[in-house]
Design a protein around this ligand. Sequence first.
Ligand SMILES: [Zn+2]
Ligand SMILES: [Zn+2]
Length: 380
Amino acid sequence: MTAEHNAPESNPIVYYNALHPLAEVSGHEERTGRYISAALERMGIARVDHVGGHGVVATIDSGAPGPCVMFRADMDALPYANADGSMTAVHACGHDAHCSMLLAAAGDLVRIVRRGKLKLVFQPGEEDLTGALAMIKDGVLEDVDIAVGAHIRPLSDIPAGSMTAEVTHVACATIGVRFIGATAHASRPHQGVNPIDMAASYIGMVNSIHLDPNASWSTKATRINGEPGVYNNTSGWCEVFFDLRAQTNPLLERMLEMMNTMAQSTALAYGGRLEIKQIDYCPASDYDPELVAMIKSCIVKELGADRLAPATGGGGEDFHFYKVKKPSVRTAYFGVGVGAAPGLHKRDMTFQTQYLVNGVRLWKDIARRLLGDGQAACRP
Ligand SMILES: [Zn+2]
Ligand SMILES: [Zn+2]
């Protein structure tokens, strides 16, 4: 730890030790929000509480012209079932670390921002993909030109002590397609409409979708449920769930469109009815190349070229709604190698907290370049 992080308010581990035991699941981050707000209060930073639920938005406004930049940290933990059936919230995705890094940077950011405006966005509800949308609904994006996110990375992605300027995420969606037929006695199937036939045809059609093999994408049925009942009667409905993944948002949209058309035509062909529900949806990362290049140079400056890890990723992130809902926003998202193991979302995930300081340094350097004065300030 360097001398500059000796003050408790700029030491991420102090915040981490307080936030880790507070672990609260998506939509319930009340104490976490209160803690963050109180920490910002002690630093004298203006903020608004209860944005998009328990979110907190702090603003550092230079009063001088310049871009509006938002730095985003997510707040929520994950629920895990105990042997006795009760649930425990655990920070197994490191969102406590994300809040800690941003809080530890906040005091210095006040001194760094000399033009434009910096918003420190503490976002609830990332794990259930509701938080970014709720904050957008509450107006968090209105004045924003640039949005930057960050996540700790597991050991399987990048070495502890290194950083990546680009954590890539795929677009993903879960849909449920319910075919509704009409029951019939098994000896008189012609008197009904069998939803299992519809579902079977539909799954076959979906499995014959062919999109560009040079891009990565997949769709697959993950669950199938039918109306419970006797075995000598056809059921009234059959529901199939699909998980969709795609490298880009247009590819996922194309898959959803094709699957929708196929479901409609299947129901029509068999004389049945149809209900489609989109259970969740998360857009893919779509980063600004110049911003990513600038973050790479920040990592090299702060840690040295040997600590710059290549792009890494997988999984989904609701951060990308900020880009989808306001396409003019330029986004980037860096990763902090902290040696997390056995992996993110594992209940017993732990990591080396001494590397959180790297994230703090990066937040400050990014702010210096985008909103500082002097030589370092430049538009990437
Ligand atoms: Zn997660
Ligand atoms: Zn996460």
